[in-house]
Design a protein around this ligand. Structure first.
Ligand code: SAM
Length: 246
């Protein structure tokens, strides 16, 4: 393990939790995850975020989110293993442990009857690429505008068939994000419309070592702008070069 500097612990509350605090439940993470979480989740501190986390295991990450958000968060924690229900008594009213299979649309449909939209969705469940794809496809619509979707342990994509690889699926989302820059964007076929829909809801996809983060934010078509400087009288003018809305 690299030496953890005191500065790191002060700057990143999640590292402080992991490396310094005694916690009640086992937690198992990759060392680079704390910086990624903090970079994307920091904006929700003090905002009472609603979190969906797939994968409870021994309950360690629930402790971590409670610590990070000062118990000022609501956590829906999903796991396929019924044993996880026994952990419910260890947590307060803000935590809801629910048994279900992330690869089962019927489970999600029933769960979605709760009518909740999330600020943060974390997929730390089976890590099976096919399940990661299904979960993203199913749950992205239930992430709020301004929300963060984070899928961890995408390493499994590198030992799977490329047709079912989560990373390959996310690469296709990069193309969706850039749909307006392609010659296809005026087509009205289903694939293009789906790509446009994704683009309009999505600000960015960020690829890290073993993690993908999607920043969901209303993102209408971008257009080129120019700032033209008039050196004679020190004024300037903003000119839109192209603004075609689909
Ligand atoms: C890596 S552990 C979660 C660790 C936890 N988030 C933490 O950081 O402490 C993965 C969990 O996903 C659960 N799991 C496996 N397959 C699943 C599925 N299809 N649906 C939901 N949960 C699943 C496992 O039972 C296991 O508890």
């Amino acid at each position: 393990m690299d030496q953890i500097e005191n500065k790191d612990l002060e700057e990143n509350k999640l590292k402080k939790f992991f490396f310094k605090e005694k916690s009640n439940h086992l937690i198992h993470k990759w060392s680079n995850y704390f910086d990624i979480y903090d970079k994307h989740f920091n904006k929700f501190i003090g905002k009472n975020p609603i979190i969906l986390e797939i994968g409870v295991f021994k309950g360690g990450s629930i402790d971590m989110w409670n610590y990070y958000f000062d118990n000022n968060c609501t956590i829906y924690a999903i796991d396929i293993n019924e044993e996880c229900l026994k952990l419910q008594k260890d947590f307060g009213d803000n935590v809801h442990i629910i048994i279900g299979d992330q690869n089962d649309d019927n489970f999600w449909n029933k769960f979605l009857e709760k009518n909740i939209n999330f600020d943060i969705i974390i997929d730390d469940g089976s890590h099976v690429p096919k399940h990661q794809i299904r979960t993203l496809k199913k749950m992205y619509n239930y992430l709020k505008n301004g929300g963060i979707y984070l899928c961890e342990d995408i390493c499994t994509s590198y030992s799977s068939d490329s047709k079912t690889s989560f990373v390959e699926f996310c690469k296709s989302l990069i193309d969706n994000l850039n749909i307006y820059h392609t010659p296809d964007h005026n087509n009205t076929d289903k694939t293009v419309l789906k790509a446009i829909d994704f683009k309009k809801k999505t600000f960015s996809l960020t690829f890290y070592d073993n993690v993908v983060v999607i920043d969901k934010l209303f993102n209408e078509r971008s257009y080129e702008i120019k700032k033209i400087i008039n050196n004679d009288d020190n004024t300037f003018e903003i000119k839109e070069l192209k603004k075609k809305l689909h």
